[in-house]
Ligand binder design. Sequence first.
Ligand code: ZN
Length: 148
Amino acid sequence: MSLDLRELYQEVILDHNRHPRNSGEIETPTATAEGHNPLCGDEIKVYLREEGGRIVDLKFSGHGCAISTASASLMTEAVLGKSTQEALALVHQFQRVVTGKEEPTEEMGELAALAGVRDYPVRVKCATLAWHTFEEAIVQSGSEVSTE
Ligand code: ZN
């Protein structure tokens, strides 16, 4: 990776940490989930509103390190408006990329900024926390739908 690209990725992470997108709470979520990364002390709560199989609103609250906050912010931007299937596919792709099993694709856009954590195993848990938690919220949301 070129130095310029690394600097650009640093900028993306710093920007999303300083100004997290979609931070806050949803008043009437269809599902929520909480995640905790004891290695670093990151804590997150994800609020999901799903209608007709599509993610129509998504917010997160909590506190954590720059990587976990930036990852949560980037995650909400990436999956908002997607179908739950598309979102889950992206969750799994993201997890493969940050654990070094796959290279990031063009379509991942700014998410590629987090691929650098693969060189720092402790940081992988920071980067994936929001995604695991979001996945749990989707699973809960799905079980609610199936009981209707
Ligand atoms: Zn962390």
